[in-house]
Design a protein around this ligand. Structure first.
Ligand SMILES: CC(=O)SCCNC(=O)CCNC(=O)[C@H](O)C(C)(C)COP(=O)(O)OP(=O)(O)OC[C@H]1O[C@@H](n2cnc3c(N)ncnc32)[C@H](O)[C@@H]1OP(=O)(O)O
Ligand SMILES: O=CC(=O)O
Ligand SMILES: [Mg+2]
Length: 346
């Protein structure tokens, strides 16, 4: 573990200086595509126009015999596609796999200058981040890159969850963490075949009372993990994301799961299919009425102190900070989206 004095020192001679602040840009959805698929590569400019972040996936969902084609396809995208300023991320293969080393070496040396973030799957602890951190620094130095590539960890093993606070602060490159509910379910031996979302069997039931049916409510299987992840990220100054929702046809279920994550503090989710881009955009952009109310709170309490009443609701220093979170997010999104800017009055 680096000490406080050396935390921001480059890990290789000639590597760029690590960033002090993680860039705050729209990332309501990290849109996954398979770069081995030539037809999808042709759609990259369209995808980049509709998604906040585009991610070339090299790991799970890419068959073993397509791994090299996916890596080469992503290099082609990085070199040739017009992304119009949309950040390009990748998810490399797991560090234990035969492909991870070549993923990093090839991508950083070939397209490092246009690659913003490397998503690392199945992170178990700080040692995984430290390995990628040092290797990235060496490769950045070799390629004479001027800015560091950031790291995003997927929280998808029981050990990773046990170490989530240390993972979040393992390197100044840490951009954020995503929940990986499919692998995490397997790692924990949870009894589900779903990729994220709820389960009808996970519920609380009311006590029996004579003659009445006992109401029962489905609970969120991911609440605990999202809570841990959000706190670890907020404490470290990095960003938490809900990961994949695999039931593509269940748009209502997807929206509900994304909204629960948004309300708990996540800034975005993965979109696996174009239909989920719209869902994430809707959910992770604050509601117009909330933003307009939050603006009124900030206007009513210019110095953010004291106690005030607004529409019968108590406002004080804490609600001022809540309002600031919403207005700051809305302002950042409004810079990218004219429709939102108009709706928010920003
Ligand atoms: C647990 C995890 O690790 S999750 C992360 C790994 N998984 C992934 O990355 C999956 C990414 N998504 C996909 O592979 C696909 O969306 C699937 C397999 C889920 C569904 O694919 P399909 O059955 O082809 O979906 P569907 O028929 O609705 O596709 C409609 C159109 O959207 C396109 N499309 C589907 N997914 C995507 C995508 N992620 N990005 C862009 N376009 C897409 C299809 O190519 C198709 O285009 P066309 O009309 O020009 O032929
Ligand atoms: O990689 C994602 C997951 O849910 O597993
Ligand atoms: Mg996974």
């Amino acid at each position: 573990m680096r000490n406080a004095r050396s935390y921001f020192a480059p890990l290789a001679i000639g590597a760029p200086q690590p960033v002090r602040e993680i860039p705050v840009t729209p990332s309501r959805m990290i849109h996954f595509f398979d770069p081995s698929n030539a037809k999808l590569r042709g759609k990259v400019p369209d995808m980049a126009r509709s998604a906040d972040v585009l991610l070339g996936n090299l790991e799970d969902a890419i068959a073993a015999d397509k791994k090299e084609a996916a890596r080469a396809g992503l290099v082609e995208v990085g070199r040739e596609a017009d992304l119009g300023g949309t950040p390009l991320w990748t998810r490399i293969n797991a560090l234990e796999s035969p492909w991870a080393l070549d993923d990093l070496v090839t991508l950083v040396t070939e397209i490092g200058s246009v690659l913003d973030v490397v998503m690392v799957p199945k992170v178990e602890g700080v040692e995984d981040i430290h390995y990628v951190d040092r290797l990235l620094a060496q490769l950045e130095a070799r390629s004479e890159l001027q800015r560091p590539i950031l790291i995003h960890a997927i929280l998808e093993t029981a050990q990773g969850v046990a170490n989530v606070e240390e993972i979040a602060t393992a390197s100044p490159r840490m951009q954020g963490i995503s929940l990986g509910p499919a692998d995490l379910a397997a790692s924990r031996r949870m009894k589900t075949t779903r990729v994220g979302g709820g389960h009808p069997g996970y519920r609380v039931i009311a006590d029996p009372s004579s003659g009445d049916a006992r109401p029962s409510y489905q609970q969120d299987l991911w609440h605990y993990t999202i809570g841990r992840m959000v706190d670890a990220c907020a404490a470290a100054g990095i960003f938490p994301y809900y990961g994949p929702f695999g039931d593509i046809k269940d748009e209502v279920g997807c929206e509900a799961q994304f909204r629960a994550a948004y309300l708990m503090g996540c800034v975005g989710a993965w979109s696996l299919h174009p239909v989920q881009i719209g869902i994430a955009k809707r959910v992770f952009s604050p509601e117009v009425d909330e933003v307009r109310f939050a603006k009124r709170v900030l206007e009513a309490i210019p110095d953010g102190s004291g106690v005030h009443m607004l529409d019968g609701k108590m406002q004080d220093d804490a609600t001022w900070k809540q309002a600031k979170v919403l207005v700051d997010l809305a302002t950042m999104l409004a810079r990218k989206d004219e429709e939102l800017a108009e709706a928010y009055g920003l």
